[in-house]
Design a protein. Structure first.
Lengths: 508, 131
């Protein structure tokens, strides 16, 4: 076995020599995958020097360093805003970092850092506002002016995490619409969304990162950019490697850098990235030939509000790109979130650049780590849970009992919520004092008719903030607490929670 | 054929639309209905011949209802659209699809103006012309 990055089939110098001579053979990744399927990867790898890839999707960990130049009198900006979007000012006097997900303070969710970057690249005028505390060397304390990208000394795109090797797909098992960074997810597995370009995916085509490393020259936002290292959350062991990239914003094209508003989630930036992969050895030749049919991901249930969401099923990019996916015997529609059309355009553009001899390949100065893992963030501060606040000695009732009895129990115990259980103590409904009032108003006397059957419940180890969120979302004031068998073990109400935190004098 | 009716507030308590249904004996599909302090609107579709259409418009105009024929319910800003497809799986009538070159295409004729795609568009490239 040759070592990672070994240039057995061809060396960078040979490829660049061919580019110079104008006889380099370049295919886009989808063309190369088809060729390898027809002729076999060995033959394809002998014929083809370079495979170009592309992706164009929302990449939230993106942003740009800007240097504004000095005013008269000068100013050490401590806070600044670009079109009302706050930029990070924990740097020197007139350096700032505008992040893609920072939102406008006047138009949140509609306009954000991603849009500022797009507007800058498009040459549009941007309102700059800054505050300072004023020093002897930097006396100015306030600034309002307008700038364009041409006024800036530097505008450098530096994205800490881009171009995920692959990403999970998303669906939603719950009974309500979810608005996520994976787009709008319809209830009851009503649709599936996915990201990434599959057969064109830059990091998947060089699966073991043999040609992509520090110093790799790439297509970034319509100009030449560079890989400057592994991205944050780089996780090669599970096929979720990432890149940190940089490029000169002044040379970029707004067609390939687009501000995005993701409904009820926030703002982001669509970034166009393309990487040219030289076929240097057999492993690269094989992984570059992977087809949509060979690339798999998981459809995760975003209805589970946890960092470890359960997988509903495995799915290939071929199935995702077909527009329909089968979930629980039902065919549902699929939305790509990254633009496959633009990804193709980027791979084609990069191919053209190489053929025309205006883009040369660079051997990485160092390969990216292949052994980093993704660690979670543990919450070490103790968070109050349901079991610490809930009431345990609560009355329950059977569905066939008299409504009057239910009313008596509510009054006797001074409560508003009465769980209805079956013979095994399992929750089957809930009756509230409001239900009793309604029963009297409409003349119904049967408990079964007035009880609510779809009950929102809590579990004993659930954090209180999660219960508060459920109370707000469903507009309810109490939840039965159930064990893993759905048996009622207590009740938690808004009153219980406020009493608990009022006496402690601490907010949850 | 789709149309938008705008009712002045004076007609708020008159069953004008029901009258039209009985008169023309056609199956109307109501796409949108809204009432505010000033007016009421109904957006609906129906199959009508040329001559029926003339009578139909006349019927409403006589009663003081403004009739607008709608060609498109959805306006697509092709400059902003990047063909990402975030909208595709949300459309209840499957009016949005992907062409062979991965362009997202809209069948505006089929649109029922639910608005799901409008909110889901990360580029804010979609707009309902009736809102």
């Amino acid at each position: 076995m040759s070592s990672r990055g070994s240039e057995v089939l061809r060396r960078y110098e040979e490829v660049n020599e061919k580019i110079k001579r104008g006889d380099v053979v370049v295919l886009t990744a989808d063309e190369y995958a088809r060729l390898a399927e027809d002729k076999g990867w060995e033959k394809a790898s002998r014929e083809v020097d370079v495979v170009t890839t592309g992706t164009f999707g929302a990449m939230c960990s993106s942003g740009a360093f800007l240097n504004f130049g000095h005013t008269e009198p000068p100013m050490k900006m401590s806070r600044c805003w670009l079109n009302d979007v706050p930029a990070y000012k924990g740097l020197a006097a007139v350096d700032a970092y505008i992040g893609a997900t920072a939102m406008s303070e006047t138009r949140p969710f509609e306009y954000g850092g991603g849009h500022v970057i797009e507007d800058l690249v498009a040459g549009r005028e941007i309102e700059l506002r800054a505050e300072a505390y004023g020093t002897d060397c930097y006396p100015r304390r306030y600034l309002e002016t307008s700038i364009t990208i041409y006024d800036l000394n530097q505008a450098i795109l530096v994205n800490p995490r881009n171009a995920y090797q692959r990403y999970n797909a998303a669906t939603n098992s719950t009974d309500r619409i979810l608005y996520t960074y994976m787009g709008t997810l319809l209830p009851y597995y009503g649709n599936v969304t996915f990201s990434g370009s599959g057969v064109l995916s830059p990091l998947y085509k060089d699966l073991y990162l043999e040609t992509i490393g520090i110093g790799t020259r790439i297509f970034l936002g319509g100009a030449v950019g560079y890989v400057i290292g592994e991205g944050t959350q780089h996780n090669p062991s599970v096929g979720m490697s990432t890149l940190m990239v940089k490029g000169d914003l002044k040379a970029m094209n707004p067609r390939y850098l687009r501000g995005a508003s993701i409904y009820r989630y926030g703002t982001s930036l669509y970034v166009g990235i393309g990487i040219a992969i030289p076929i240097i050895n057999e492993r690269v030749a094989k992984t570059a030939a992977l087809r949509d049919e060979d690339i798999y991901t998981d459809i995760l249930d975003y209805g589970v509000p946890s960092r470890s969401r359960p997988s509903v099923r495995r799915v290939s990019y071929a199935e995702l790109k077909s527009g329909r996916v089968v979930i629980n015997d039902r065919s549902v529609r699929v939305s790509p979130l990254s633009s496959i059309k633009m990804a193709l355009e980027i791979a084609e553009t990069l191919k053209k650049w190489i053929k025309e001899g205006i883009f040369y390949l660079s051997r990485p100065v160092e390969l990216l780590p292949s052994d980093t893992i993704l660690k979670p963030l543990e919450v070490r501060r103790k968070e109050p849970t349901v079991s610490e606040v809930m009431r345990r000695d609560i009355p329950t009732i059977r569905a066939d009992e008299d409504l009057k009895n239910a009313a008596r129990l509510l009054v006797y115990h001074g409560i508003d919520h009465l769980p209805v259980i079956d013979d095994y103590g399992r929750l089957i409904g809930i009756v509230t004092s409001w239900d009793i009032a309604r029963a009297i108003a409409y003349g119904s006397m049967k408990l079964e008719e007035v009880m609510t059957r779809r009950v929102i419940t809590a579990t004993p180890y659930e954090p209180i903030h999660s219960v508060v969120a459920k109370m707000e979302r469903y507009n309810i004031s109490g939840l039965p607490v159930v064990d893993s068998e759905n048996r009622v073990i207590g009740l938690i109400t808004a009153d219980d929670i406020s009493r608990r935190f009022a006496t402690r004098g601490v907010a949850p | 054929m789709r149309f938008k009716l705008t009712f002045p507030k004076e007609l708020a308590d008159k069953p004008v639309f029901s009258e039209a249904i009985l008169r023309f004996r056609k199956l109307f599909n109501i796409i949108e209905a809204d009432v505010d302090a000033e007016k009421g609107i109904i957006v609906a579709s129906v199959d009508l011949s040329e001559s029926e259409l003339k009578d139909f418009i006349g019927f409403f105009e006589e009663r003081g209802v403004r009739v607008e024929l709608l060609m498109k319910l959805l306006e697509v800003d092709l400059e902003r659209c990047i063909s990402c497809g975030a909208c595709i799986s949300l459309c209840p009538v499957e009016a949005i699809s992907v062409a062979g070159d991965w362009s997202v295409v809209f069948d505006e004729e089929r649109c029922v103006a639910c608005g799901l795609c409008v909110n889901a568009c990360p580029m804010r490239a979609l707009k309902l012309s009736i809102r």
